[in-house]
Design a protein around this ligand. Structure first.
Ligand code: ZN
Length: 225
């Protein structure tokens, strides 16, 4: 009945989805531009976060290329009120990375926080939806151990250096931080671009004395794009 009202089509190529397919058809799922960075101990994500950032595992599921329909899925999830897209993409990502042992040893997932007025306006925080999607596959619990101290605007036009400077000091530990002390935590966001936000998040998380901090995003821009 639902399919008659809203045709289930692939968000990438527009073909009708077959039974068992979700968001993407099998062909587009296979063609997803996976980065594979999580398979290497020291990768592009580690490099982007910088030497000040101690990070254990680091992953970015697929290349976020502006104008690509794959990137558009994340844009829609963020701005078009579709947190369920984030949840389902994250579950797909988790099934793949779990098979590579990427989540082995991780105790908690920590989402990128959103300033409370922004979250109220948007109605959700996409990073929380992504964590919940990963949790649905791996069973790893979500702790919102970080909070945003201010609402900073979009930074897409800023230079790499100014992004690192402007985000510095904008995050803090939430009152839930004691839960992550001594634990292996994985910081989760939708997209990593310069790495400035993730770097700030990781450095803030270390103040809670976790055992280790890892990082995962669904989308990873190509270096400095
Ligand atoms: Zn397709």
């Amino acid at each position: 009945m639902f399919d008659i009202l809203v045709p289930r089509v692939c968000r990438i190529c527009g073909q009708s989805l077959a039974k068992g397919e979700d968001l993407m058809c099998l062909h587009c799922h296979i063609d997803l531009p996976r980065t594979g960075v999580h398979l290497s101990d020291f990768n592009d994500v580690h490099k982007r976060l910088g030497h000040k950032c101690r990070v254990w595992k680091a992953g970015g599921w697929f290349f976020y290329l502006r104008q690509s329909p794959y990137a558009q899925m994340l844009v829609d999830a963020k701005y078009a009120g579709q947190p369920s897209v984030d949840f389902r993409l994250a579950a797909m990502c988790a099934r793949e990375l779990e098979a590579d042992g990427f989540f082995d040893g991780i105790d908690f997932l920590v989402p990128m926080p959103m300033y409370w007025t922004k979250r109220l306006r948007r109605g959700y925080n996409q990073a929380v939806s992504i964590c919940e999607g990963i949790e649905s596959v791996t069973g790893i619990g979500v702790v919102e151990a970080l909070k945003a101290k201010s609402s900073h605007g979009t930074q897409s036009r800023n230079t790499r250096e100014s992004r690192f400077t402007s985000i510095s000091g904008t995050l803090a530990l939430s009152r839930d931080w004691p839960r992550i002390a001594g634990k292996h935590v994985m910081f989760v966001d939708d997209i990593i671009t310069t790495g400035a936000s993730a770097s700030e998040a990781v450095q803030t998380l270390w103040r809670a004395s976790p055992r280790s901090v890892s990082v995962l995003a669904l989308g990873l821009t190509k270096s400095d794009s």
